[in-house]
Design a protein around this ligand. Sequence first.
Ligand SMILES: [Zn+2]
Length: 344
Amino acid sequence: MNNRTAGRRWDAVTRRILRVSVSPALRVSVLALIVVVGSAAIQFTSSSRAQTRQRPGAHSTPSREIFTAADRRLVEKAIGATCSERIRDPLGSAPIDEMQARPSLPVSNPDAVAGARRAETLLPTTRMLVSSAIVNLAKEYDLYSSGAARARITAATQRVEAVKRIKPDVDARDNASVVLREPRTIEFGTIFLAGLRSDEAMISVLAHELTHIASGQPDSLRPLFRAIGRRAATRTGLRIQGQRAEELACDLVGVMAARQFINQTPSWEPLPRRVARAFEHNCVDDDASDEDHLSPRNTIRALLALDVTIAGEVVADTTGSVRTPPACCAGFLIAAESKTVAHH
Ligand SMILES: [Zn+2]
């Protein structure tokens, strides 16, 4: 999922057979390089490339929603709000460039253990949220109308349902990865497990990996990835093709899954804070891009351009007016908020 020698990003190689870690100091020295030479995998890689070039249906999907200059300004404001909220949030995620610079953590590290437990606990819920998000996106992008299209999506959601295991790994460091030859396990670097401190952040990353698995060896979500990439490119002016489109689409499913999770699990925490957790790990200082990825901050930009509602939620007043209270306490909150409103 990244350039193989530099700029290692937080998620991992999926279709590629290389697995690379990068020295935090120089970001260029390869610490580990595993090459699996299974013939099936090689075939898959080459066929994946062929599909990228030849896939039919390259016509553009018209965007049904209008993206205005005001939306663009909102997106820019929301990027700043996301990264400010991350700093204020006691459960804020570490930015991926900061994770990258950390020393390796043993599997027994308490924060890594807590992260692994969080990932395991949230995996079943995330599987359901991802399947639902993929179906919704397929409908939104007009890729669910024919029988064949629906069958492709159904097969994709079945692959998601088959993922059962989280495997913590020291050498994977600040990455998570899936290997499509073994699509039942998500491998998670211990630094990454420790760096994602909220359920929302964990769901977002799990959902990203599950979406790679959903597309799977048949690459069956490729048309959806391309459609999402085209819309984001139109709205941002960024170049988003090939693997970049897939990575962005996986992130979008991650944000949708986290957002739905927030709906289902009311809390006293401010909504902007919870929403920001789904993508705030991209609040880096070192904003580098590579062939397969937008830069982290452009990733936030593209995600918010695709879902302007989320952008609006992130910039909402965090002083208490937008919350998703637990069922027990909703009445109390309304009373408290009416006081707040009176002050305004
Ligand atoms: Zn990825």
